[in-house]
Design a protein around this ligand. Structure first.
Ligand code: AMP
Ligand code: ZN
Length: 138
């Protein structure tokens, strides 16, 4: 169901313009308005859902299949050298638009890449073991 105050619902319905690169019955893909690399795009399911916690499993699977197809096509067309898929859930994770979307980010060897860098947190072996047990046994 469309959510009245959602930018991506408005893009899906055409109320807000976008540069669409793909569409099927369940989703669209559009170019990101503030690209982090040449070709940075977003896959957006047509049906409103907030994030990974809310998305229907079947739609989630279709999103990943579409990502595979588009990543190949974008690599062929744009001649990029690598690719990031990024999907943020929750404000704390960097989500700013609360309608599920998957970022498609082509990467180029010679570009000024805004690479996503992870800094590692220090955890003891005991903490790592505990986390592993917690996750495995839940
Ligand atoms: P996130 O931080 O994962 O929620 O990503 C939201 C993305 O949507 C950002 O990369 C924005 O640049 C992009 N964005 C916001 N408004 C628009 C719009 N009207 N058309 C295309 N992309 C947009
Ligand atoms: Zn929406």
């Amino acid at each position: 169901m469309k959510k009245d105050d959602c930018i991506f619902c408005k893009i899906v319905s055409g109320e807000i313009p976008s540069r669409k690169i793909y569409e099927d019955e369940d989703m669209i893909a559009i170019m990101d308005l503030n690209p982090t690399s040449k070709g940075h795009s977003l896959i957006i399911p047509k049906e409103h859902c907030r994030d990974l916690y809310e998305i229907d499993e079947e739609i989630a699977a279709k999103v990943m299949k579409t990502a595979k197809k588009l990543a190949q096509k974008m690599t062929d067309v744009l001649c990029c050298d690598g690719f990031n898929l990024l999907q943020n859930n929750g404000e704390v994770a960097g989500q700013t638009i609360f309608h599920f979307h998957l970022h498609l980010i082509p990467r180029y060897k010679d570009a000024d890449n805004n690479l996503l860098k992870f800094t590692s947190v220090k955890l003891t072996d005991q903490e790592m073991d505990n986390l592993c047990q917690q996750l495995k046994n839940s």
